[in-house]
Design a protein around this ligand. Structure first.
Ligand code: ADP
Ligand code: MG
Ligand code: ZN
Length: 488
């Protein structure tokens, strides 16, 4: 029955901008400094102070809005969002409400509802047993974080599974990282994800009642939290109950969901326009600068690798996940003459991609350290030379792997390694023919089975030839010769 209840998920992502100073004052941004050293009358909300918007933050926010293909509002408005909690001495957050900086965008297949600018709250640190009035615990406030510029990105409820939500959030992080406007570090809280979750009968257009999971600090926890909440809602509904709108906390250590509060409504915040700030109107120069600074982003790169270079979805995603890695792949393709694309002659890009995502990655992973593709262990030229030798059948695929392993460990020139290790493929047809003939003779049983139509038996003879030639024979050619000699 649960298969009939479809998952509906929308994400709200808070991105801390890595500007030099805070959103409305000149205090420096810092992470990990001694508490309460980066404060001033503005971010401590002394009476009579005035906020001054940070232009760098506006420029960063414009880049995010444009990277998400949003429309940029010519004049967006700051509002006061009123609430009482010790993490904000003003008792309101300056945020944006009905006229945000950016609306109606898209990242991959997921629509972006809006992206707006706001300020972060101070960081609360709860120590000891702070739940009891006479307990030993306390709640401490570190105002260093208070007033940090944030962009909040809000998706439409377009995500349809926990795994899709986590994967999309990764794409968003990678996109923002490449804009160079945030550290996007989930553990340090510079990227924070809330998930809105509901279920509905498959095929229904109406939205079910949603709950909100707050602040999951890793993609794995996001996926597990959403999965747990989907299961809870499905079981509840199947048992005849209804979902209550509320805010939940997911504890990854034991998988439990606890209710933090019943969901507040917008009117609870008494939003009103910030009287101390004029509308935010980016200049033509700011818009142009943001537009021109956008690099090719992962979503566009994935599309190009798939559509122009003929890659499958998985390797395209993998190679586009990091600009250094993508550049490495493209450089290797160029050197191997593969840039012409599939069917255009030369080595096909997907063959180069296979070597990178398969053998090279596996070999590097065995060594255990992170590869920096801007300064790679095996240069793109050397990889290309290796791939060419295999494609042109100068060495076998197996020998290619051996050369790659040697390159990773000791570097050097692929052709020289082939020479030194005697890996050049046997190109003399007569020599290979006689080795095959000997192998057929030495394996009469397998030969009989092949003659009787059992193609699988060919493996034994191919293996014998490879052993004799130390892997220097072309597998396809060996196959062909065996069948030829057995009169097939
Ligand atoms: P709220 O007013 O409660 O903040 P919004 O309509 O502003 O709700 O949406 C906040 C987030 O919740 C957005 O990401 C949106 O896509 C998502 N969302 C809204 N309704 C649902 C729903 N029924 N199920 C899942 N997600 C939803
Ligand atoms: Mg909201
Ligand atoms: Zn300050």
């Amino acid at each position: 029955m649960s298969s009939e209840l479809e998952a509906v998920i929308g994400l709200e992502i808070h991105v801390q901008l890595s500007t030099r100073t805070k959103m409305f004052c000149g205090c420096e941004l810092s992470f990990g400094d001694e508490p309460n050293v980066h404060t001033c009358p503005v971010c401590l909300a002394h009476p009579g102070v005035l906020p001054v918007p940070n232009e760098e933050a506006i420029r960063y926010a414009l880049k995010i809005g444009m990277a998400l293909e949003c429309e940029i509002a010519p004049r967006s408005i700051f509002h006061r969002k009123n609430y009482f909690y010790p993490d904000n001495p003003k008792a309101y957050q300056i945020s944006q409400y009905d006229i945000p900086l950016a609306v109606d965008g898209r990242l991959g297949d997921i629509r972006i509802h809006r992206a707006h600018l706001e300020e972060d709250a101070a960081k609360m640190i709860h120590v000891g047993d702070s739940g009891r009035i006479h307990g030993s615990g306390a709640s401490l406030v570190d105002f260093n974080r208070g007033g940090t510029p944030l962009v909040e990105v809000v998706t439409e409820p377009d995500l349809r599974s926990a795994a899709e939500a986590a994967e999309w959030a990764r794409l968003l992080r990678e996109t923002v990282r490449q804009l160079d406007v945030s550290d996007v570090n989930m553990e340090e809280g510079s990227l924070r994800v809330d998930a809105n979750v509901s279920v509905r009968p498959s095929g229904s257009e109406e939205l079910g009642t949603k709950t909100e999971l707050k602040n999951m600090n890793s993609f794995r926890f996001l996926e597990r939290g959403v999965e747990a909440e989907l299961q809870r809602q499905r079981e509840l509904i199947e048992a005849g109950g209804t979902v209550e709108q509320e805010t939940l906390h997911f504890d990854p250590s034991d998988g439990t969901l606890t209710s933090l509060r019943s969901k507040e409504e917008a009117h609870d915040y008494r939003y009103f326009p910030e009287p101390d700030l004029v509308p935010l109107a980016p200049t033509e120069e700011m818009l142009r600068e943001a537009r021109e600074s956008l690099p090719e982003l992962p979503a566009a790169r994935i599309e190009r690798y798939e559509e122009q270079m003929g890659l499958e979805a998985e390797p395209a995603k993998f190679l586009a996940s990091d600009p250094g890695l993508g550049g490495y792949f493209e450089e290797a393709c160029r050197v191997a003459g593969a840039e012409v694309g599939p069917g255009g002659g030369g080595v096909e890009p997907r063959v180069v991609a296979n070597w990178i995502t398969g053998d090279l990655t596996a070999t590097l992973r065995q060594r255990g350290d992170e590869e920096d593709f801007a300064d790679p262990t095996v240069s793109a030229e050397d990889l290309a030379a290796l791939v060419l030798m295999v494609t042109e059948k100068k060495i076998s695929h197996g020998s290619g792997k051996a050369v790659l392993a040697a390159l990773v460990v000791e570097g050097g020139d692929p052709a020289a390694i082939v020479e030194r290790e005697g890996l050049a493929q046997i190109s003399d047809a007569g020599e290979l023919e006689s080795i095959v003939a000997a192998a057929v003779e030495a394996n009469p049983e397998a030969a009989e089975q092949i003659k009787a139509g059992n193609q699988k038996a060919i493996g034994a003879i191919v293996g014998a030839v490879m052993k004799e030639t130390k892997g220097r024979a072309d597998g396809g050619e060996v196959n062909r010769l065996i069948l030829e000699q057995l009169g097939d």
